[in-house]
Write a protein that binds this ligand. Sequence first.
Ligand SMILES: C[S@@+](CC[C@H](N)C(=O)[O-])C[C@H]1O[C@@H](n2cnc3c(N)ncnc32)[C@H](O)[C@@H]1O
Length: 199
Amino acid sequence: MNLEELRAYAEERFIPILRPPTEKVLISLLKSEEPKTVLEIGTAIGYSGSVILKNSNAHLTTIELNEERFTFAKNTFKNFNLTDRVTQILGDANIVIKTLDKKFDFIFLDGPKGQYLKELPDLYKLLSSTGTLFVDDIYYHGWVKGDAYPAHKHRTAILRLRKFIAECKELFPSLTLLDDGDGIMIAKKLNINKKTTEY
Ligand SMILES: C[S@@+](CC[C@H](N)C(=O)[O-])C[C@H]1O[C@@H](n2cnc3c(N)ncnc32)[C@H](O)[C@@H]1O
């Protein structure tokens, strides 16, 4: 199975994976930053992990809660001859990130949106001093944009995501919010002139 077939497989089964516009931004950032170590929250079937590995020389540590997806991803990495460059962890990212003791140059955050706020302190600690945090689907179907009070069942996740963005704006010297896909946040630890850019 090549990447295109893997995408089709995910789409047929409603497994949410990296959208093409987000993939484009991710690849260009990986090429410019050349991270040596990447942490991914939310492996799913190994699509984004394979994109990361094929577009960098990094070692990837990736966490997935669902055992079936974890096993599927193992085969994906094997199929692409990427196994040597991946550490796959089966477990709840909320717990696992507290046990990791190395620093990462790049973190790709793509797990459950309602957890990001809780995970932020641990993720910030895990990020190297020049590291980048890349967050997919930050606008969560567009609901997170603006400040209207969300009147539906995703209210808690939306309010938490807004708080997560606000905290990241305080924490990171450089932060960019892009409209591509369902919203991307790129937060960098290193930037002499503090700036927030929104598109
Ligand atoms: C959006 S998908 C990841 C897509 C993948 N990054 C890609 O683009 O190919 C989110 C994944 O996070 C997993 N997940 C949900 N809760 C989790 C948790 N607490 N810890 C780790 N993974 C979790 C889900 O099972 C799902 O596979």
